[in-house]
Design a protein around this ligand. Structure first.
Ligand SMILES: [Zn+2]
Length: 298
């Protein structure tokens, strides 16, 4: 009997301790950040470090462009301290939800931190390319924007956030220099994508001429025979050794082009979302972009 009672006491002590601990961390008040997609999530956790609770709305492994928020997601947005979204086509649903809140959380759009480009570079009216983070120079601007927001929300720890941001930006600069060095040695600077093309900002930054099956990355349709034939011609004309495809793609179009010209198919990852495996093994914007660079070199 004594033993049972002491077990029960230990049990309740543990319960009480757990409850206390939870309360303490709530009192300490980590900044609660909800990010709509992977790049926003990764940048926010780099800046927020130990003082922020960062969560990602879009589940790892799912397709960005068909995502719709659940009721639980909407509550999460409403209750957070800072909500970060892209401001493009794939999260057009956000504005309506924010408008419906009586008390809006602090929020920011990544597209507001950089000069925006259209998906289509022919000068036609078209959608803004929302994949602003694909250029490391833009990633730096987004990180600075996120840091400024967090510093306002949690002023007493602003030194920490600024230091985190500076350290991270230095790494992004290194990445930017590494791409610069690579493309400086590549006289042609041509990339052929047998796929969608979420890399307008990347191409602009490094002065790359590109050809792709689709502009942007919202289109889900299969490439036409004409488009494939044109890309094969381009690949022949430029002597392309690599035909690129993007993440979450079946790379059929890229394979067709590559086999027609004797090139290889190579993944170029836009970081728009990561697979469950990539997420679980802790991939970051930096690790994914570094792998992109390795595949260019390889
Ligand atoms: Zn995308």
């Amino acid at each position: 009997m004594k033993r049972i009672i002491s077990t029960i006491i230990i049990f309740f002590t543990i319960l009480t301790l757990c409850a206390c601990e939870k309360q303490t961390s709530e009192i300490e008040g980590k900044v609660n950040i909800v990010a709509v997609n992977f790049p926003a999530y990764d940048f926010a956790r780099q800046v927020g470090g130990a003082f922020a609770n960062v969560s990602m709305l879009l589940p790892a492994g799912s397709e960005n462009h068909s995502y719709e928020p659940t009721a639980a997601d909407i509550i999460k947005i409403q209750e957070c301290d800072l909500f970060i979204y892209t401001g493009g086509e794939s999260d057009a649903w956000v504005e309506k939800i924010l408008e419906s809140f009586e008390n809006k959380p602090e929020n920011m759009r990544m597209i507001d931190t950089v000069p925006v480009l259209k998906e289509d570079d022919t000068g036609n009216d078209g959608e803004i390319d929302e994949h602003v983070w694909t250029s490391p120079a833009n990633a730096i601007k987004i990180v600075q924007g996120i840091c400024a927001m967090i510093c306002v929300i949690d002023q007493k720890n602003s030194d920490v956030y600024e230091e985190n941001a500076l350290e991270y930006i230095e790494k992004l600069r290194e990445l930017d220099r590494a791409f610069d060095t690579y493309f400086l040695k590549d006289e042609n600077r041509i990339m052929i994508f047998g796929d969608r093309f979420p890399f307008r900002y990347f191409a602009e930054e490094y002065d790359i001429t590109y050809y792709s099956a689709f502009p942007g990355c919202a289109a889900e349709t299969e490439a036409s025979v004409k488009t494939v034939a044109e890309l094969i011609d381009k690949a022949k004309e430029t002597g392309a050794k690599k035909i690129f495809y993007i993440e979450f793609s079946n790379h059929m179009t890229a394979d067709t082009i590559a086999s027609a010209v004797g090139a290889e198919t190579v993944l170029f990852h836009s970081c728009h979302n990561v697979t469950k495996e990539e997420f679980d093994r802790g991939e970051t914007y930096l690790s994914i972009m570094t792998e992109n660079l390795e595949r260019l070199r390889g």
